[in-house]
Ligand binder design. Structure first.
Ligand SMILES: Cc1cc2nc3c(=O)[nH]c(=O)nc-3n(C[C@H](O)[C@H](O)[C@H](O)COP(=O)(O)O)c2cc1C
Length: 477
């Protein structure tokens, strides 16, 4: 990875290190110094806005639960195929990105979505380019996550198979995290894809994820300008060619036009003009524990804000979630074990849990590396995704971040399915290679904490009927 341009430069300039607060920009003219993080006066709207006259299609709000258990779906067990109609498409969209909870904070209404998002910034948009979906005309549609409706923004695309397009709005997360928010776009896209693909798998819709696609064409397809919004990933139903060739211009919609030039450059450096193969799905797991249905687990999912460090997790709640979350994934993972029956505390390189790389209690060290956020020390274990930078080009970097996000999203579902809890976690980049005993170049991607919940969050609501909650705040050290 070239650390002097593109994604490598962004990674370097947005790396956290001790001695500099996370919201203080690094001393380099290529990052913006004129932005005030979390400034209520510049808060971007939570979703893209379209003209009132645009054609809207209400999706059925009554979601029938097909009943597939969350663990069966995560294990890759085949499910009977249901036809892709408006209700099924709506179910997949809702379970990936619908508004499930709302909260008031400092006079603002926050829309919590089905999948997690770093700092609850929810910087993604979701579009469906439909082909032969019963009840939905062929076309390009934006998903309205609050109303559970589609807004038609463009004509039918060329290509055969209905495809979901996940885009990112860098300013929506940059408003708090500045240029580091570009990494969050890919993390968050991973958590959304974990839930979209699980929902699609549970009704035999054969989701195919791609991270390599022609960026310019897909941007035109959904009306993204490549600066304030850009495409991150595709999910196609089935094996036929994705419907992504623009059939004409799209209604662009409205976004706050604040640019983070370092993010634009990182994104552009990875742009390509080819369609890649779908991601490998990984072999089906030979067995899976019992669990509630995927739909119930997704509605229950949240990010645990307080974990009980006095209680340990059973060994199966380490082995099974990691095995399931890493199906088909190529980036390496490590596990810092704090409190798991049958596994002595220490740091391990997955899947070898027999010999720790360092033995001993790492709670304080993880707390320090996670910027003093208590969850990293209170969890039963912390999963760490990191990769060698050698051979990683600008597109490969995007893919690695997306894979890490997908693993985080799947770990969440597996943990909640088995009665545990989880949360994503940020980190001091500079401190991770030494923790892992690796060379200092290692590119750290993402942490996920899994632990015993200290409280049960309220389950999320249904389409158009989110549940109002009072969020619990995490403890600092
Ligand atoms: C990639 C990612 C990184 C996250 N990092 C942190 C973190 O560093 N600290 C924290 O307390 N929560 C973290 N979270 C949890 C978010 O704050 C949480 O997802 C968000 O508030 C939405 O709440 P929900 O997941 O309960 O819907 C992270 C979540 C994701 C998906």
């Amino acid at each position: 990875m070239n650390i002097d341009s593109g994604a490598g430069l962004l990674h370097r300039l947005t790396s956290y290190a001790p001695g500099r607060e996370w919201d203080v920009p690094v001393d380099d003219p290529r990052v913006r110094h004129d932005l005030v993080p979390n400034d209520p006066r510049t808060l971007p709207p939570p979703v893209k806005l379209y003209p009132a006259g645009a054609k809207r299609i209400a999706l059925p709000r009554d979601l029938s639960d097909p009943g597939a258990s969350a663990t069966a779906v995560l294990a890759g067990a085949p499910a009977p195929a249901l036809p892709l109609d408006a209700a099924q498409l709506g179910r997949v969209l809702f379970l990936g990105a619908g508004v499930v909870r709302t909260a008031e904070r400092a006079g603002r209404r926050i829309l919590f979505r089905a999948a997690g998002s770093a700092g609850a910034r929810f910087p993604l948009e979701l579009y469906a380019s439909t082909r032969g979906v019963a009840g939905i005309p062929d076309g390009v549609h934006w998903y309205d996550p609050e109303q559970h409706a589609l807004v038609t923004i463009g004509p039918a695309a060329t290509g055969a198979a209905t495809t979901l397009i996940v885009t990112g709005v860098p300013w929506r997360t940059g408003w708090r995290y500045a240029e580091r928010g570009w990494r969050h776009l890919y993390w968050d896209a991973g958590t959304v894809l974990a839930q979209l693909s699980a929902a699609a798998d549970s009704t035999g819709l054969a989701p195919r994820i791609r991270s390599l696609f022609p960026d310019a064409a897909v941007s035109t397809l959904v009306g993204a300008d490549g600066v304030h919004e850009y495409p991150l990933a595709l999910l196609t139903f089935g094996d036929r060619e994705p419907a992504i060739g623009p059939g004409g211009p799209a209604i662009p919609g409205d976004l706050a036009e604040v640019e983070l030039p370092l993010c634009t450059a990182a994104q552009r450096a990875g742009d390509r003009d080819e369609l890649g193969e779908p991601w490998p799905r990984g072999p089906e797991l030979p067995e899976h524990p019992r669990s509630d249905s995927l739909d119930e687990v997704i509605r229950r999912r949240g990010s645990q804000r307080r974990m009980d460090r006095s209680r340990r997790l059973p060994r199966t709640v380490l082995d099974w979630p990691l095995t399931a979350a890493l199906r088909g994934i190529r980036i390496p993972h490590w596990v810092a074990v704090h409190g798991v029956d049958g596994v002595p505390p220490g740091l391990y390189r997955w899947p070898d849990l027999s010999t720790p790389l360092h033995a001993g209690d790492l709670r304080d060290e993880l707390l320090r590396i996670a910027l003093d956020q208590a969850l990293a020390g209170d969890a039963g274990y912390v999963v760490i995704a990191a990769t060698e930078p050698a051979g990683l080009d600008d597109r490969g970097y995007r893919r690695a971040q997306l894979e890490a996000g997908l693993v985080e999203g799947r770990l969440h579902l597996a943990a909640y399915a088995l009665g545990a809890s989880a949360t994503g976690m940020t980190f001091l980049d500079s401190e991770v290679p030494a923790l892992l005993g690796e060379n200092t170049d290692l590119t750290t991607l993402l942490f996920t904490c899994v632990g015993v919940p200290q409280y049960a969050a309220r389950a999320g609501g249904t389409p158009g009927a989110p549940v109002a909650v009072r969020p619990v705040l995490p403890r600092l050290r």
